[in-house]
Design a binder for this molecule. Structure first.
Ligand code: C2E
Ligand code: CA
Ligand code: CA
Ligand code: CA
Length: 279
């Protein structure tokens, strides 16, 4: 490769410039999307496996791009995290989700919890407690109706400061869930120290649960371990009736996935799950 140094050099500088340029473009348009309200939340139901009722919804962000249509979060959240834009975006998500949940409660939708995803950057580089308090005040939503989802990897990489932040959130009544649980290597003793209420089993384990003995064993172990620590267990990515029945038999508390409903815009969520539309 050294022999063609000059060509390669040109090739690579151009690549780098393109990439950097594209990132700046993307960052600029993401910033504009936030200002012009092109970010939207979709909502996916969470179902109690005890009685089949909808007890909550997870808010999931999308970028409604004027030319490209709906862009999924995996395509812009990493950039938002690197650029710091996740802080204003995260605050917007908190406020919009709390406002929506309060509205649904006001019109009689039996929604106990709204779950909001929080980036590790928000916990580490901002005053998450203040942001959450502001969203709750502004929306007049009870803290008990808000649940924050934080990934297992975020929790594992951060130290005492993160735990202190999370504890402060819990003192105001907000619940905390570990998202994508099972993909990290949290030990029982580590879990015991964390101020959390729920474990959300990663969908990778749910997928094969009813047919793969290893995955079934992992799920069984997570449920037993979680329950022994008084945690509620949520299964994500439930796509079939078989998976749903299997999780119910294992004593899993809550389920979420395409089997019960895909993430949908707020008005559609209200239509699908309003108790007064059962005929
Ligand atoms: P997550 O928190 O693990 O969210 C679950 C993802 O699984 C969602 O993808 C959801 O649409 C998808 N899903 C739900 N049910 C099923 C199912 O039955 N089968 C399959 N295959 N997938 C299912 P989505 O909406 O594309 O979100 C991807 C990730 O983006 C989320 O993963 C979360 O980490 C992140 N994210 C979404 N919204 C936000 C947000 O407001 N803030 C932050 N910081 N991250 C967010
Ligand atoms: Ca989540
Ligand atoms: Ca997850
Ligand atoms: Ca995930």
């Amino acid at each position: 490769a050294k022999g063609h140094g000059r060509d390669n050099f040109q090739f690579y500088t151009q690549e780098l410039t393109n990439t950097a340029f594209e990132r700046i473009l993307l960052e600029t348009s993401l910033r504009r999307a936030l200002d012009e309200e092109d970010l939207v939340l979709h909502y996916q139901p969470q179902i109690s496996l005890i009685d089949g009722r909808i007890i909550g919804a997870e808010a999931l962000i999308r970028w409604n791009h004027p030319d490209m249509g709906l862009i999924p979060p995996n395509r812009f959240i990493p950039l938002a995290e690197e650029s710091g834009l996740i802080l204003p975006i995260g605050n917007w998500v908190l406020e919009a989700a709390c406002e929506q949940a309060r509205y649904w409660q006001d019109i009689g939708l039996p929604l106990e919890k709204i779950a909001v995803n929080i980036s590790g950057v928000q916990v580490l580089r901002s005053n998450i407690l203040e942001a959450v308090k502001r969203a709750l005040n502004y929306s007049r939503l009870d803290a008990q109706s808000l649940e924050l989802e934080i990934t297992e990897s975020t929790l594992m990489h951060e130290g005492g400061q993160t735990i202190a932040s999370l504890e402060s959130l819990r003192t105001i009544g907000v619940e905390l869930a570990i998202d994508d649980f099972g993909t990290g290597y949290s030990s029982l003793s580590y879990l015991k120290r964390l101020p959390i209420d729920r474990l959300k089993i990663d969908r990778a384990f749910i997928h094969e649960a009813a047919v793969d003995n290893n995955d079934a064993a992992i799920i069984r172990a997570i449920i037993a371990m979680g329950h022994s620590l008084q945690l509620k267990i949520v299964a994500e990515g439930v796509e079939t009736e078989q998976q749903s029945r299997f999780l119910q038999e294992l004593g899993c508390d809550v389920a979420q996935g395409y089997y019960y409903g895909r993430p949908v815009p707020a008005d559609e969520f209200a239509r699908l799950f309003s108790p007064s539309t059962d005929d």
